[in-house]
Design a protein. Structure first.
Ligand SMILES: Cc1cc2nc3c(=O)[nH]c(=O)nc-3n(C[C@H](O)[C@H](O)[C@H](O)COP(=O)(O)O)c2cc1C
Length: 356
């Protein structure tokens, strides 16, 4: 697609050959990551609900990265179709991201096992009992999010095969700590023992090179892939990304201290106010005893899924949620996934080469 106002002319050809010293060094630094994922570049396309479906996921894998399907609130039947359709579009490896609080998590794990998905990413909190064992029994490698060093160690003991550390610069649901601090706290302590991928706020290859030098084996990017040609996001959603700068991607605010809500980073719009009203409504039902805390939190999650769908699929970028990371300021045009990945790789290689 190509929406009005999107800048789609190709970027300048990169002068550097892919056989230079920088590229060789980059390959070496990514080696554990590419071995683990089974792809050419250790760049994961972070799962994004409604966006990371068959087209974008297969395009990322076909370009040498590693695409990840966002299961989000999909039923096992929908996930079954999505995996089959993705496989029809690529013969390269890709993964599936499951949210731990999904009520049908074990059926979703079975769906992944049926398709022999090689990598399952568990997001949304500590996995419930049995989930890790069942994923590993299927032969899949398990990737978990580690929001703190203690949890990274716990996940390693529980059987995680790799970790993603995602800082609060990221789009979507976020933790409280920045990527740079998480990287300093976690990488020196665990990176020798388990492959770690760094996510959140990465918009250029120079940052990739820096995290690799700190011990990461690869990176995960979401925001940079939203405006890929192959992304099915609505033209309005893409235009909002192209126009936005880093400071427009703000975290949601928790209205009621009794209702802990995981913040979401999105472009500021009318929807942010609607979310405050939604929180007040759910908190009141909690007060009245009409719902339990778990139900209250689930209602908030369903609210987000609906709001994101309105923006990504229907193009309503005012009353829908335009989830975006701070790296949105570095998204300046719509272009093919292969060009985005090549540019990131060339920038990383040039940065490494300049170190001498
Ligand atoms: C629109 C959007 C939707 C997202 N949905 C999910 C999701 O469903 N599950 C998940 O684990 N992460 C989700 N994320 C986070 C991404 O997988 C990824 O970790 C993040 O975008 C990386 O940070 P960046 O946006 O700074 O590149 C989402 C991010 C965005 C921008």
């Amino acid at each position: 697609m190509s929406g009005e106002g999107l800048i789609a002319e190709p970027r300048a050809v990169h002068p550097q050959s892919s056989h230079g010293i920088g590229h060789a060094r980059l390959k070496e630094l990514m080696h554990r990551g590419t071995e683990f994922l089974g792809c050419t570049h250790a760049i994961l396309g972070g799962a994004m609900s409604w966006v990371s479906e068959r087209n974008l996921v297969s395009a990322i894998s076909n370009a040498g990265g590693f695409g990840v399907i966002a299961c989000g609130a999909m039923t096992p039947e929908l996930l079954d179709t999505e995996i089959a359709e993705t496989r029809a579009r690529t013969d390269r490896p890709f993964g599936v991201n499951l949210i731990t609080m999904h009520p049908q998590l074990s059926d979703l794990i079975d769906t992944c096992a049926k398709h022999q998905v090689g990598h399952v990413v568990l997001a949304g909190g500590l996995p419930p009992g049995g989930a890790i064992e069942r994923i590993k029994a299927s032969g899949a490698k398990l990737v978990c999010f580690a929001p703190a060093l203690a949890l990274a160690k716990k996940l390693m003991r529980s059987g995680a095969d790799a970790l993603v550390i995602e800082g609060m610069e990221a789009g979507g649901h976020i933790g409280p700590v920045s990527t740079s601090v998480l990287a300093q706290e976690i990488l020196p302590n665990v990176a020798r023992d388990i492959p770690v991928f760094v996510a959140g706020g990465i918009g250029r290859g120079e940052a990739i090179a820096a995290y690799l030098e700190m011990g990461a084996v690869g990176v995960q990017l979401g925001t940079r892939f939203v405006c890929a040609h192959e992304s099915i996001a609505h033209p309005n959603f893409k235009k909002a990304f192209i126009r936005a700068s880093a400071r427009d991607a703000i975290p949601s605010v928790q209205i009621d201290p009794r209702l802990p809500v995981i913040p979401v980073r999105a472009l500021k719009n009318r929807e942010m106010e609607n979310f405050a009203a939604k929180q007040r409504e759910v908190a009141q039902r909690l007060d009245e005893g009409a719902i339990e805390m778990a139900e209250a939190q689930l209602q908030i999650e369903h609210y987000w899924a609906g709001a994101l769908r309105r923006a990504v699929i229907d193009g309503d970028v005012e009353s829908g949620s335009v989830m975006a990371g701070q790296s949105v300021g570095m998204v300046t045009r719509e272009e093919p996934v292969a060009a985005i990945i090549q540019e990131l790789i060339d920038e990383a290689a040039t940065a490494l080469e300049s170190r001498g």
